[in-house]
Write a protein that binds this ligand. Structure first.
Ligand SMILES: N[C@@H](CCC(=O)N[C@@H](CS)C(=O)NCC(=O)O)C(=O)O
Length: 206
């Protein structure tokens, strides 16, 4: 498999983490999204949305949307990261959908604007509201992690693989302080201690 990716991307890192956890061999092909490298004709043929990550399977089929890729790989490998129990599975879905609407736009986007010189007047105007919503999102994770080890109970699931990437770098850009969220800090340390863990800037997976 080939993962079309950009190393600082949390969306790409979700898939790299899952491949590391499942022991899946994947080759990274990197694109500089700051130079528009995902808007070429050949890239748009893989993902008309012009965004990494895209997972290219061995038969040439391409799948985009990080959380769809997580679900596909976990199902293919019948991983316990996607529980069989219908309610637990639905709770995993809940966090994946929540991430795309309530977490990623408020935590990942400001990080990118602030660290990649991508601030515009419009984004400056949007920033305070995004930060307020980002703090509310982190508070929801903080409260959940006060009573359980992981986001869906006491075993790691896809919900944690999905939420870890942008949460652990939330401070980059200066919009958030993780010291305000001690349960999240404990959860980050627990995930970093897992034997298959790889850091966000590691291009070689297994
Ligand atoms: N909802 C998508 C978001 C993907 C996304 O935002 N990708 C960004 C990098 S993290 C990108 O490729 N941006 C380049 C562009 O929009 O030109 C997912 O979860 O995969």
């Amino acid at each position: 498999m080939i993962l079309h990716d950009f190393l600082p991307s949390g969306n790409g890192y979700k898939i790299r983490l899952l491949c590391a956890c499942l022991g899946l061999k994947v080759t990274l092909k990197q694109y500089d999204i700051t130079k528009g490298e995902t808007h070429t004709e050949s890239f748009l043929a893989m993902n008309p949305n012009g965004k990494i990550p895209v997972l290219e399977l061995d038969d040439g089929e391409c799948l985009s949307e990080s959380n769809a890729v997580l679900l596909y790989l976990a199902e293919q490998h019948q991983s316990a990261l996607l529980p069989n129990n219908a309610m637990l599975r639905a709770k995993v879905y809940k966090w994946l959908f929540w991430e795309q609407y309530s977490h990623e736009p408020n935590i990942a986007s400001p990080r990118f604007w602030l660290t990649h010189n991508a601030m515009t007047e419009l984004k400056k105007h949007m920033l305070p509201d995004r930060i307020e919503q980002g703090r509310a999102a982190l508070k929801q994770m903080e409260d959940t992690l006060a009573t359980q080890t992981y986001l869906v109970g006491d075993s790691i699931t896809l919900a944690d693989i999905c939420l870890f990437p942008y949460t652990h770098v939330a401070e980059e850009g200066g919009a958030y302080q993780l010291s305000d969220y001690p349960n999240i800090q404990r959860w980050i340390k627990d995930i970093e201690a897992l034997d298959w863990f790889i850091p966000i800037n590691q291009a070689h997976i297994i």
